[in-house]
Design a protein around this ligand. Structure first.
Ligand code: ADP
Ligand code: ADP
Length: 220
């Protein structure tokens, strides 16, 4: 599904160069549940942004579903991202002045789907995470665990091939964290690729495969 070869990333500001990633070789297949683990500053988020087509590497080759996108133009990357990738964040990133149902519908923006169908699909996605009764509530009226489940519904509503989760349990207590991990596992079991970044090795071990990073490199 995603293949990285000799991928590196250097952040350049006026007088500073930070080597965030070096010589990353990684293959992630369909239906895999992979965790990327490592201390703060080890390059996990940078790697996730590159795999999520949010940021381009400074060097190396990326293949996405066998398409070489290393030299891909922004337009192509944005199209691929919107079509194939769902994102889940530590801070949920729900929009406070929109209802839960509207927040989930946002996952269908840019797809040219009529309002009625967007609503139907959002409601099924909310049902799948057990939140259909909360569709008309606003994010602040939900617990942290419920907000993250709504964010998962938003990530899934467009039926992406890949779900990327950046510290998805970072703001949750252990019970809600477990529930989110169960959901990610179930998502992978439906054939989607799930990649999760975490600094917590116990949570990382819930994935079927773990990759550890240090100083911008994958440890082998
Ligand atoms: P992690 O997610 O493991 O904490 P990051 O990928 O966020 O690691 O960061 C890796 C390195 O790249 C760190 O040294 C960090 O300071 C640096 N870095 C991350 N983002 C930027 C940026 N936008 N500009 C400059 N340096 C950055
Ligand atoms: P854009 O409209 O900026 O091209 P999209 O709306 O297609 O991007 O974004 C796709 C997903 O990526 C969304 O879930 C969005 O929240 C997330 N996203 C966009 N930019 C960033 C970023 N810089 N860091 C993390 N996530 C981002």
């Amino acid at each position: 599904m995603i293949k990285l070869r000799k991928v590196g990333k250097t952040y350049r500001t006026e007088d500073l160069e930070t080597r965030a990633l070096a010589d990353i070789n990684l293959d992630v297949g369909k239906g895999e549940f992979l965790s990327i683990m490592g201390p703060s500053g080890s390059g996990k988020s940078t790697l996730l942004s590159i795999m999520g087509l949010l940021d381009a590497p400074s060097e190396g080759i990326i293949k996405f579903a066998d398409i070489d996108i290393s030299e891909g133009k922004d337009r192509l990357l944005t199209d691929l991202r919107r079509k194939h990738i769902g994102f889940v964040f530590q801070a949920f990133n729900l929009i406070p002045h929109l209802s839960i149902e509207r927040n989930v519908e946002l996952g269908l923006t840019y797809r040219g789907i009529a309002r009625a169908e967007r609503r139907d699909r959002s409601m099924s996605a909310l049902k799948a995470v057990g939140l259909d009764a909360r569709a008309r509530h606003y994010p602040a009226q939900l617990s942290g665990g419920q907000q993250q489940r709504a964010a998962i519904a938003r990530a899934l509503v467009g039926d992406p091939a890949i779900v990327l989760a950046d510290e998805p349990t970072g703001n949750l207590d252990s019970g809600n964290g477990e529930q989110v991990l169960d959901m990610l596992e179930n998502i992978a079991a439906t054939g989607k690729t799930v990649i999760m970044v975490t600094h917590d090795d116990r949570q990382a071990s819930r994935a079927y495969r773990m990759v550890s990073m240090k100083d911008g490199r994958i440890l082998h």
